[in-house]
Design a binder for this molecule. Sequence first.
Ligand SMILES: Cc1ncc(COP(=O)(O)O)c(C=O)c1O
Length: 355
Amino acid sequence: MTTIHDTGLRGFASDNYSGIHPEVLAAIAAANDGHQIAYGEDAYSARLQEVFAEHLGEGIEAFPVFNGTGANVVGLQSMLPRWGAVVCADTAHINVDEGGAPEKVGGIKLWTVPTPDGKLTTDLIDREARGWGDEHRAQPLVVSITQSTELGTVYTPEEVRAIADHVHGLGMRLHMDGSRLANAAASLDQPIRAFTRDAGVDVMSVGGTKNGAMLAEAIVVLNPDASEGLTYLRKTNMQLASKMRFVSAQLIALYEGDLWLRNARHSNAMAARLRSALDARIADGTVSGVTFSQDTQANGLFLTLPEGVADRLRETFRFYDWDEARREVRWVCSFDTAESDVDRLVELVVAETGN
Ligand SMILES: Cc1ncc(COP(=O)(O)O)c(C=O)c1O
């Protein structure tokens, strides 16, 4: 097969638009020869348990899956009885971007809470964490937070710990959607363990795909008392890979050494470069009508643009509207975003909005 896409095409639409990191691609090739037992009894899936235990300590269990929606829906199901519900931010991926899979596939009611920045707090959780024993109310038994959030913000370890203590005090469990966990670790400059297991998270989804892998995510159980039946639920939910060695090999390539951190540091740094370049031009008046709507703490930027500007920028770089009514857009940097991509986007914004 010959290459059939334009390899010069680049953009800021999503960290899913990039390809596979060469070291991950090499890991897939390295795992390719000979036969291995299917459905997870292979040498790579065994090694992956050790790799995650090196990050998170003994007693954890990792379940490789194909995608982040699957990781969230299967992980949450394992934390809840049939009557259980999940409290989450209204911007949570499980609420707005999973096609209703938590409800339709998982049978899980979501109790959603508006937040200013994608982050739950104990007060916000309390708006929906109520009504236990009322048979008319789906029982809130899990809180799900996203790290880094869908709005590009990051919880500190102390914030996660405060939520975990509160949630556990209410007899609930804490789930983390860690699709961009690496970006959060890079932003905080903390080991993954500091804001997950050590901060009281019970079950989490660990991302791979957005950070250089292809079809590779994992559910990681940090507290075995908070999750039941994952072995069966993963299969029932169609997330059990027969050739699991190739999913596991990708996650090993990322998490065994420091590739996860290098990639995340790079995508965060590109977002910071974009933010500081535009902040400087907003301050000196060479850019006008552009307002950032969220802090830039990881690899995503949220901003409002003057009428018509987004569409003209999209003639060069693809990206998504976030809130069309407010003319808010989202830009996401990837592990392979180049400084030249960032600088070109800044030039275009200056050309479109400058006086
Ligand atoms: C916060 C968050 N969680 C999970 C996912 C994973 O979703 P997918 O099922 O597309 O891999 C995404 C992807 O956009 C996401 O942004």
